[in-house]
Design a protein. Structure first.
Length: 95
């Protein structure tokens, strides 16, 4: 991953903010969509929302939560696991 927003450990993030991940190269869209998850840390519950990829072979993936899903003063963890692959089939390196 080249970057993410909000950054890891960010505080004071608006509850309706999207989560954006940028990759350093073109990615396989289906693999990114399947590998991107957002969970509430306290209980591991999956956050409902929509994941979309930019039209340039998913160099940017964006997660938009369903309205009113994120709660204030709650920690969430977004992740893109190693099943995400670039166009040559190479997996992401574990961070």
């Amino acid at each position: 991953m080249a970057s993410r927003n909000p950054e890891d450990g960010a505080t004071g993030v608006a509850v309706n903010s999207p989560i954006v991940v940028q990759f350093s190269e073109a990615m396989d869209v289906a693999s990114v969509l399947g590998a991107f998850t957002v969970r509430r840390v306290a209980d591991g519950a999956l956050v409902n929302g929509e994941i979309s990829c930019s039209p340039d072979w998913c160099r940017t993936a964006t997660f938009r939560p369903q309205p009113n899903w994120f709660m204030r003063d709650t920690i969430y963890r977004a992740s893109v696991d190693v099943t995400a692959r670039d166009l040559d089939g190479m997996a992401l390196l574990a961070a």
